[in-house]
Design a protein around this ligand. Sequence first.
Ligand code: NI
Length: 165
Amino acid sequence: MATRKIVKLGDEALRKICKPQEKFDFRLHLLLKDLADTMYRAEGVGLAAPQVGILRRVAVVDVSEDQDELLELVNPEIIKREGSQCGREGCLSVPGRQAVVTRPMAVTVRAQDRHGEWFEYDAEGFEARAICHELDHLDGVVYLDVMDRELTPEEIEGHIPEDDQ
Ligand code: NI
């Protein structure tokens, strides 16, 4: 298991437009493995390559409770958005903070897999939220840029109305 250092807000890697991943070789496979290992160790539900300082359009998402439904996204784009949801969000690069962010309720993402094969994937609810969050990272956007409001420390610990939605 190889984990990489997660860069924090203030690091310019989080503000870059990432370049397309062009090679589907062992280095990409290593990056995907490291992203997953790093995400799981940090108990996150998603991680994008720029968060470990790699400016490529690569991300992983896994919102499953057992951490056994890994989604690997290479050169992803959202091709369909439906509805909206309003809920809390955090980021491994922004420790200790949370915000309420409005996201689509459902998305269809088109991406390449680790071998370069294109596929489409439908997600809804929290998984759709996580995918939107990670894809934003590939364009230098962090959730604080698109939030409705930031939570207070008391709200982070407690219940907020948006949790009921
Ligand atoms: Ni994030």
